[in-house]
Design a protein around this ligand. Structure first.
Ligand code: TPP
Length: 643
């Protein structure tokens, strides 16, 4: 960092360093934070748009509040890069999302300023309220401020938290950071409601007058202020009847221009010592201050390294199509064949590939907001009336809807197709986003079919199998990133439910693999062959129902079986194999379950993480070889490999 480029930021390591800044200095600092953010993220990649939009808000909050004693609770966390810059981490920002580097989200173990970890949306209000309750219990003296986006406000948990907070009536500040965007444009009524709050001219005029009045009354103390506030409340009820936040027990302040530092500082200073739950509605612009991000907001939400001048990504295009894209195209093909088919996303049209359906057949597409639980029950409702809903939800976010899958879908044997993108190790987003639990949490549900394709062509056939299954819930999960490059045939072929396939024959050891691990198993077999060890490789396709006959067949031929999955070893694919062998009293074979160990896996490039966990081809080959070397040791017939 050069002296001339960041004269103010160079003076700042922690928020205490800015608290005696003048307003012009503070503004200069905010500009430098923005430039620094663009400088670094253009080289590292990461989340950009949300951070650019929250620069002034972050500066103002750390200026006015006594962090880290006062607690800032950032919802989701992808907007917190400016917060990281101002809280002792600017020198390490260039390591963000990299192996052993800073996390791309909030992380309690990373900094005392990260009062609550995040990555999934809509948790901020509940977590903040918990801190408030603890403060009341232990008699602490600190403020709690939860910063929540308008996108996160489409998640039901935000209202569960507000409802509770309004009832508790304790001092608690919620900042609604409203940029009218989720990752995609924000959806439905709540977003319209926020827009109304901003654009209702009569209300705004009165509101501004009332706020100015209360502002000018500073010297006259709390009494007049509270009378003025009551007048303001009365006006609000007349002008915007049924105000949602007020009804939930929050005092509403705003809208405030989230890029006007002086105004932000003033309002935070004003409300800081007010009592009861308060909501400050701050209007920001995603991508603010960087033209390419302002104009292509969605694209520059999360970025790979890019050219700072043009905003164009340095990522090379080409190569096999992404699984997401193959899925999105297949959905459209199938939807054209079957008028009952509809697609559902929870705020991730581009991420799931359903944007293709949205574009091609808009009336067959639903974006329910960041509301996975609702999305699943909504799908269940659709299924009761003969629709074939495809709920396309990332593996990690579907965790939210576990009970809905059981109670609303599976228990009623409803034909809902679950398409879980980003299964396995996702890489730079890290532990909040790895999709490594789905095989376990889906497998235990009665009547659920769980499958995973070995490549993008099989993904198409599995999707076809799923939409024609008609006998209850069925899930397919596939990884982030590009397919393996196999040719895509025209049309679809059904896959018999519960049938795996042998894709390579060998003599020394059987590798039973699921999903993306099939490719790694084949490459591991190549490596081992050079060492004189030949492997039988099975593409098992289904975790449930497991191809028990195939497992028994293999057990009859091989003393050594290695199962491979990019799911936790607990309760996943390998467990299914072990349970099957045990249920048939097949005990004379050695089984090793190789997968993601029973701990949370940090962020890093997917290949680095796979290498670390010995799930890359070399690691699998090594694991298999070591397993075979121990062949003479018959003391451990079943072994779970968990580092
Ligand atoms: C439960 C869950 N579902 C989906 C996502 C993916 N996601 C990350 S950020 C985001 C949009 C958040 O919008 P908002 O809260 O308005 O924040 P902004 O990016 O606009 O600052 C979404 C949908 C998530 N993080 N968590």
């Amino acid at each position: 960092m050069s002296e001339q480029r960041y004269p103010f930021l160079d003076r700042v390591n922690l928020p205490t360093d800015i608290r005696n800044f003048t307003m012009p200095e503070l503004k200069a600092l905010a500009d430098e934070v923005r430039s620094f953010l663009i400088d670094v993220v253009s080289q590292t990649g990461g989340h950009l748009g949300a951070g650019l939009g929250s620069v002034e808000l972050t500066v103002a909050l750390h200026y006015v509040f006594n962090t880290p004693v006062d607690k800032l609770v950032w919802d989701v966390g992808h907007q917190a890069y400016p917060h990281k810059i101002l809280t002792g981490r600017k020198a390490r920002l260039h390591t963000i999302r990299q192996y052993n580097g800073l996390s791309g989200f909030l992380k309690r173990s990373e900094s005392e300023y990260d009062s609550f970890g995040a990555g999934h949306a809509s948790t901020g209000i509940s977590a903040g309220l918990g801190m408030v309750a603890a403060r009341e219990r232990f008699g602490g003296d600190y403020k709690v401020v939860s910063i929540v986006g308008d996108g996160a406000m489409t998640g039901g948990m935000a209202y569960e938290g507000m409802n509770n907070a309004g009832l508790a009536k304790k001092d608690f500040i919620v900042v609604l950071n409203d940029n009218n965007m989720s990752i995609a444009p924000n959806v439905w009524a709540i977003s319209n409601y926020f827009t109304q709050l901003i654009s209702n001219p009569s209300y705004n005029r009165i509101k501004a007058n009332v706020y100015d009045l209360t502002g000018k009354l500073d010297a006259l103390g709390d009494r007049i202020r509270s009378i003025a506030a009551r007048v303001e409340e009365g006006i609000k009820v007349i002008v915007t009847p049924g105000m949602l936040f007020e009804a939930l027990g929050f005092r509403y302040f705003g809208p405030v221009n989230g890029h006007n530092l002086a105004q932000l500082v003033r309002i935070f200073r004003d409300i800081k010592n007010y009592h009861g739950p308060i909501l400050v509605h701050v209007i920001t612009q995603k991508g603010k201050g960087y033209k390419p991000a302002e104009t292509d907001i969605q694209k520059l939400h999360g970025v790979t390294p890019f050219d700072k001048i043009t905003g164009v990504s340095a990522k090379k295009s080409g190569g096999p199509p992404a699984y997401t894209k193959v899925f999105g195209n297949a959905v459209v093909e199938l939807a054209r064949q079957n008028p009952k088919l509809v697609g559902i996303t929870a705020a991730m049209p581009d991420g799931t590939g359903l944007d293709i359906l949205q574009k091609e057949l808009p009336d067959r597409f639903y974006d329910v907001g960041i509301a996975e639980q609702h999305g699943v029950t909504f799908a269940a409702g659709l299924a009761t009336q003969g629709c074939v809903p495809i709920a396309a939800i990332y593996s990690t976010f579907l965790q939210r809807a576990f009970d809905q899958i059981i109670h609303d879908v599976a228990l009623q044997h409803l034909h809902v197709v679950f398409a879980l993108d980003r299964a396995g190790l996702v890489g730079a987003d890290g532990p909040t986003h790895h999709g490594v639990f789905d095989l376990s949490y889906l497998r235990l549900i009665p009547g659920m079919v769980v499958m995973s394709p070995k490549d993008e062509s099989e993904l198409r056939d599995m999707l076809y199998t799923a939409v024609t299954h008609e006998q209850g819930p069925i899930a397919l999960r596939y990884p982030r990133g590009n397919g393996v490059g196999v040719p895509l045939k025209k049309g679809f072929d059904p896959i018999p439910i519960g049938k795996g396939e042998i894709i390579r024959t060998g003599h020394h050891i059987a590798l039973l693999a699921i999903g993306s691990m099939v490719q790694n198993a084949v490459r591991a077999a190549d490596i081992l062959e050079k060492r004189g060890i030949t492997c039988e490789v099975a593409n098992m396709r289904f975790v449930k129902p497991l191809d028990g006959a195939l497992v028994e067949d293999i057990a009859a031929q091989f003393d050594n079986i290695l199962t491979l999955e990019d799911n936790v070893v607990t309760g996943g694919f390998g467990s299914a194999v072990a349970e099957h062998l045990a249920s048939r009293s097949i005990r004379n074979i050695r089984l090793k379950i190789h997968g993601v160990p029973d701990r949370f896996i940090d962020h890093g490039a997917p290949d680095e993480l796979q290498r670390d966990l010995r799930l890359d081809p070399e690691g699998i080959a090594e694991t298999a070889a070591t397993f075979l070397e121990a062949h003479l040791d018959q003391r451990h017939p079943v072994e779970v490999l968990a580092k």
